[in-house]
Design a protein around this ligand. Structure first.
Ligand SMILES: C[S@@+](CC[C@H](N)C(=O)[O-])C[C@H]1O[C@@H](n2cnc3c(N)ncnc32)[C@H](O)[C@@H]1O
Length: 298
């Protein structure tokens, strides 16, 4: 059954974005395979979550109990999508990178200087963008990094992406990478579909989309996998339930129907192998109900 998303106002501040930034910041100081490359995340963590940064060791252990594997899932997401950004910007001289539901992710800031050939667009609710821009403008070192990024307010449930892209004169002829991190499962199924099909219709050159997803079985209530019941409980508390899901085996057909071919589809066990295999052992478990897919417009 298709589930309805909580109604969002354009001024809303979404707590899960701040939790994400906090989890990235917590691992940013590590010096092994758990290091999160988002060294700017700490600047964006909002008040209720900031206290976690004061005592990182205790916080990591508390978070592992509260949302098992969550900090490591945010780490692999960051790395996977950073890799997509860098490979796209290196491959195409003049290109675009559209980050949908960018939230408090600092990828644009971290890469804008190094890859000035990539025009970056960050889409999110106006409230989220206002919060982020205020922080950037009040910090000289962040403000210096803030080149080549346009911030585009949108409420995916109220407006279509294609209308916004037309109104804002986004170049449909440039090779474009779309990063959609940590968002698909908060949206209604028809919004996920219409967003992917808007992107497909709009862009006339090469289009690559990378996004992460939650498994349909978990969204539909199977909470038996590692980390599932704890996360579902936490999301319920902050009023941000996961409502859209795809089982990994269904991803290729789902995307094929929308005009995309899968390059890479990594369910959690493959992400564990890719990022946490050392001495023949998986060093850190990931929540066993998430995957990341990377696809091209056919
Ligand atoms: C978990 S956060 C992830 C943020 C960011 N991509 C990251 O990985 O740090 C989910 C993001 O989706 C955005 N979002 C959720 N529902 C939305 C909607 N209806 N319209 C626009 N953005 C939305 C939220 O504002 C939030 O920034």
């Amino acid at each position: 059954m298709n589930k309805a998303a909580p109604k969002r106002q354009e001024s809303d501040f979404i707590q899960s974005a701040s939790v994400t930034a906090m989890m990235r910041a917590l691992l940013a100081e590590e010096n092994d395979l758990t290091k999160n490359p988002d060294y700017l995340a700490k600047h964006f963590v909002s008040e209720p979550w900031r206290q976690y940064l004061d005592q990182p060791v205790q916080s990591k252990s508390a978070l592992q109990k509260r949302v098992p594997g969550g900090i490591y899932y945010h780490l692999v997401r960051t790395k996977k999508m950073d890799n997509a950004f860098v490979s796209w910007a290196k491959k195409y001289n003049e290109c675009q990178i559209v980050i949908l539901g960018a939230g408090l992710d600092s990828r644009g800031l971290r890469f804008a200087q190094e890859y000035p050939n990539a025009k970056i667009y960050e889409y999110d609710l106006k409230g989220m963008l206002d919060y982020k821009i205020d922080i950037i403008n009040s910090n000289e070192s962040l403000a210096k990094l803030n080149g080549n990024i346009d911030y585009m307010p949108i409420n995916f449930h109220e407006e279509t992406l294609i209308d916004s892209m037309i109104t804002n004169h986004i170049d449909r002829s440039k090779n474009t990478l779309v990063i959609w991190e940590g968002v698909s499962y908060f949206l209604e199924e028809q919004v996920v579909k219409s967003t992917l099909s808007d992107l497909h219709k709009f862009f006339k050159s090469k289009l690559r989309v990378i996004f992460d997803y939650a498994y349909k079985d978990y969204v539909d209530g199977d909470l038996n996998s590692y980390g599932a019941k704890e996360l579902a409980h936490e999301l319920e508390k902050i009023g941000e339930p996961h409502i859209f899901g795809l089982n990994p085996d269904d991803v290729p057909d789902f995307l094929d129907g929308l005009g995309y071919a899968v390059n890479n589809n990594s369910p959690s066990f493959l992400l564990e192998k890719e990022f946490f295999l050392k001495n023949d052992q998986i060093q850190h478990k990931l929540p066993a109900f998430h995957g990341i897919v990377d696809c091209d417009k056919k």
